[in-house]
Design a protein around this ligand. Structure first.
Ligand code: ADP
Ligand code: MG
Length: 471
């Protein structure tokens, strides 16, 4: 089996970070990322960074161009003891071009660190100057297998302080016949080290390499994104009939996480009141809310504590809301670009989704334009919407609020520990954990919420009592 080597007993939780600021990185590091215009981690970075920063061995697989270089450079730089002017990381790459690119990325990513020295050791370059440079020390070495090995055999590298090893484009290195060289290099490295293996593919030979050089590796894999298909249904309705249709649209599609767009914030509030009166739990998101409230709203919706979020386009712009199974355009978008943006929120990782749009007679011009952009729109009559009264529109989880966050040095692991080892909750009852500067939010199976509120407020998290309440 291909995944046979993967540590089955990986104890941690795989926590997805959606922003670099959710990682345990210094302020200077974060602002450097920002200045490089790395505003948001890519998928492979989201998945791998919490693990690699936590010093795990990793096999990371993602296609070319997915941001793997940054994914391994960040933990190396973060881990570096800059005052110890000795080689602490070794990066092996298949070609000189790639090694140079990596060195360049390392230099960019470490602009906030003073005097970090990166040295490249590639074949096809004069050997002697490399020997001289090595004698002057460096923090990180990047090179190709043959040349690195040659330096090791001639004792030109002080290997003692190496605590991280990266194999980049491991598949390519094996294809080029570097297996023996790599194994020989590794045999002379300290065994107490972190090893990160990056590859675009994961075949038998990678498994062999990995099982020889990694310890309890965690596999992080980003599937090739398929072209997502979003099914779109359009209904012509009367303005005064829109709200009454919402429960039927949701229940007939058995939707669990629903994003409803209105064109104006006053509509959002009114619709929220009306749906609430119909017994539905809704959140609203519009620009009248303060940033803090908006952040909280997004957290409560994305962690599946509320089934419905009603939003305006302005408020939702730039926000990371996805994994929604139904988008409802309560009001038709003002143009086809906004429409595309809205329905994209239901394009879940390769799975596609459903978008339902309501339009009135006075929207016909706009409807025509949107229809030109999306020729496979399904036009249906409202009489076809059958309210499934047996379907309960609700969320499986509720959120507890903890008045402590990053500034109190709380980490997801601390909260998980307090909930599991501390008060005996099962891991399966715990959902997403969001840790902000001064507060944390944890989604909990709603059947267990009373228990958690009671017990957790009487127990310590990382040695301290916090105020706990339901959101
Ligand atoms: P891979 O190694 O997966 O082939 P690279 O590491 O070369 O991909 O990254 C491809 C490009 O993406 C590079 O130009 C890099 O600067 C850019 N990139 C990496 N991470 C981010 C990010 N978080 N935001 C924006 N751009 C990024
Ligand atoms: Mg790469």
């Amino acid at each position: 089996m291909v995944l046979g080597i993967i540590s089955k007993n990986y104890k941690g939780f795989i926590i997805l970070v959606e922003k670099f600021s959710q990682l345990n990185l210094s302020k200077e590091f974060l602002s450097n990322l920002d200045s490089l215009n790395y505003l948001k981690p890519t998928a492979i970075q989201q998945k791998s960074l919490p693990l690699s920063l936590d010093n795990n061995d990793l096999i990371a697989q993602a296609k070319t161009g997915s941001g793997k270089t940054v994914a391994f450079c960040i933990p190396l730089i973060n881990k570096l003891d800059i005052k110890n002017f000795r080689v602490q990381s070794l990066i092996i790459a298949p070609t000189r071009e790639l090694a140079n690119q990596i060195a360049q990325e390392l230099r960019k990513l470490s602009r906030h660190v003073h005097n970090m020295k990166v040295l490249t050791l590639c074949g096809g370059m004069p050997f002697k100057p490399q020997v001289v440079s090595l004698s002057h020390q460096a923090h990180i070495l990047v090179g190709t297998p043959g040349r690195i090995l040659k330096h090791i055999q001639q004792n030109n590298i002080d290997l003692e302080n190496i605590n991280s090893l990266v194999l980049d484009e491991a598949d390519k290195m094996l294809d080029m016949g570097f297996y023996d060289d790599i194994m020989e290099i590794i045999s002379s490295l300290p065994t107490k080290r972190q090893t990160l293996l990056f590859s675009a593919t994961f075949e038998k030979n990678i498994e062999k390499l990995a099982s020889n050089v990694l310890k309890n590796p965690v596999l992080v894999k980003i599937e090739e994104e398929e072209k997502v298909y979003i099914k779109q249904k359009f209904y012509e309705v009367r303005e005064d009939n829109k709200t009454a249709l919402i429960p039927g649209i949701i229940s007939s599609n058995k939707a669990k996480s629903i994003l409803i767009f209105c064109n104006m914030k006053i509509k959002c509030d009114q619709l929220a009141d009306d749906l609430y009166a119909l017994g539905l739990d809704v959140l609203t998101l519009h620009s009248d809310l303060e940033q803090k409230q908006r952040d909280e709203t997004i957290i409560l919706f994305s962690n599946k504590s509320y089934p419905i979020l009603i939003a305006t386009d302005v408020a939702s712009r730039g926000l990371h809301i996805d994994d929604v199974d139904l988008v409802i355009n309560y009001d038709l978008s003002l143009d086809e670009k906004i429409h595309t943006h809205r329905i994209g929120r239901t394009a879940r990782a390769g799975k596609g989704g459903l978008a339902v749009s309501l339009y009135t007679h006075s929207d016909l011009d706009r409807y025509d334009i949107i229809k030109d952009t999306f020729p496979d729109i399904i036009e249906e009559d409202v009489s076809k919407i059958e309210d499934d009264l047996s379907y309960k529109i609700d969320s499986p989880q509720r959120t507890i609020f903890i008045n402590g966050g990053k500034k109190h040095k709380l980490r997801a692991g601390d909260i998980l520990g307090a909930l599991t080892a501390g008060i005996g909750l099962d891991k399966s009852d715990i959902g997403k954990i969001d840790i902000l500067d001064f507060a944390s939010y944890v989604a909990i199976n709603k059947e267990k919420i009373a228990y958690v509120l009671d017990k957790l407020s009487k127990s310590k998290i990382k040695g301290k009592f916090y105020r706990i309440y339901e959101k």
